[in-house]
Design a protein around this ligand. Structure first.
Ligand SMILES: Nc1ncnc2c1ncn2[C@@H]1O[C@H](COP(=O)(O)OP(=O)(O)OP(=O)(O)O)[C@@H](O)[C@H]1O
Length: 262
C-alpha cells in the first residue's frame, strides 16, 4: 500500500453530492405533488430528471433552487439548506419560459444581469469578460446586438441559458432547456452541457424526451410525484433487461402498476 497516500493532509474526504434529498415532500394547493423522495445529484455530472408532463419535475427543480413553498424533509444543496442566501450566485436556474427583457438587446440583457451578480465599478472588466464568455458558450456572439424581442424561440432560450451561466455557477438547474430546438441546436447544447460538466459544473436537466436521457450520466425517473429510479442509463437498461432508457422507463411503470394492483 502507498503509505504516502495515508499521510495527514493528503487524504481527501469524499465530495458530498451537489444535491441531497431525504423524505422530500411538496404540497401545492390541495395536492401532494412530490412524495417522500430520497435522491442525490453527484457533482461534476449531468443528472437527467425525466418523466411525463405533470409528474413534478419543475416542482422538484423549484425546490432545489429555493423558490418552492411548502417543502418538507431534508434538501441540501452545495452543503447548505436549499434556498440559503449564499447559494444565489452558486446556483444557476433556467425556467421553461425565457426570462429576458424583450426590449433590450442580448448584450444589454447580459450586462444587466451581470451587474446584478457582480455589482460595482471594480468588477467592470470581470463583467465584460463574463458576458463575452457566455455569448460564446451559447453561440450567440453574432446576435449580441439584436433585440431579444426579434429572436427566435430557440435563440431566446439560449439567452436565458447565457444569463444562468454568468458567474460560472457550480450547479446549473435547467428546466427543459431543449424544448422547441432543432436537432442541430439540441446536439450543440448537449455538447455544451458535457463540456461544462467536464470542467466540474454539476447539471440537473429536466426533459420529457427520453432519447435525451441517454446523454446523461445519471437519471432520476419520475412518475406521479414519486421516483421510479435513480441510476445510470447503463445500469437501468441492464437492470430492466431493455435496450433503451425509454423501454426501461415503461418497464418500471408496468412493474409499479402491477405492484399497486396486487
Ligand atoms: N398551484 C398548484 N396547485 C395545485 N397543483 C399544482 C399547482 N401547481 C402545479 N400543480 C400540479 O403539480 C403537479 C406537478 O407540476 P410540475 O409543473 O412540477 O410538473 P412537470 O413534471 O414539471 O410538468 P411539465 O413537464 O408539464 O412542465 C402537476 O400535476 C400540476 O398540475
Amino acid at each position: 500500500m502507498n503509505k504516502a497516500a495515508e499521510a495527514p493532509g493528503t487524504v481527501r474526504a469524499p465530495a458530498t453530492p451537489a444535491v441531497h434529498a431525504a423524505g422530500l415532500t411538496v404540497v401545492r394547493g390541495p395536492r401532494t405533488v412530490l412524495r417522500d423522495l430520497d435522491f442525490s445529484v453527484p457533482r461534476g455530472q449531468i443528472t437527467g430528471l425525466l418523466g411525463p408532463s405533470g409528474c413534478g419535475k419543475s416542482t422538484l427543480m423549484r425546490s432545489v433552487v429555493g423558490t418552492q413553498a411548502k417543502v418538507t424533509g431534508t434538501l441540501t444543496v452545495l452543503d447548505r439548506p436549499a434556498g440559503h442566501p449564499t447559494l444565489r450566485a452558486r446556483v444557476g436556474y433556467v425556467t421553461q419560459d425565457p426570462s429576458v427583457y424583450l426590449d433590450l438587446t442580448v448584450r444589454q440583457n447580459l450586462d444587466y444581469f451581470a451587474a446584478v451578480l457582480l455589482p460595482g465599478r471594480a468588477a467592470a472588466d470581470r463583467r465584460r469578460a463574463d458576458v463575452e464568455r457566455v455569448l460564446t458558450e451559447v453561440d450567440l456572439t453574432s446576435h449580441a446586438d439584436a433585440l431579444a424581442g426579434n429572436l427566435s424561440g430557440g435563440q431566446l432560450s439560449r439567452v436565458s441559458l447565457a444569463v444562468a451561466l454568468l458567474g460560472a455557477p457550480e450547479l446549473l438547474v435547467l428546466d427543459e432547456p431543449t424544448v422547441g430546438l432543432d436537432p442541430v441546436l439540441r446536439r450543440d447544447l448537449w455538447d455544451l452541457f458535457h463540456s461544462l460538466a467536464g470542467h466540474g459544473t454539476t447539471l440537473l436537466i429536466s426533459s420529457h424526451v427520453m432519447d435525451e436521457a441517454e446523454r446523461c450520466h445519471r437519471l432520476l425517473l419520475m412518475r406521479e410525484g414519486r421516483l421510479l429510479a435513480d441510476d445510470s442509463p447503463d445500469a437501468l437498461r441492464a437492470r430492466t433487461g431493455t435496450d433503451t432508457v425509454e423501454a426501461a422507463f415503461l418497464h418500471l411503470v408496468d412493474t409499479a402498476n402491477a405492484t399497486r394492483t396486487n
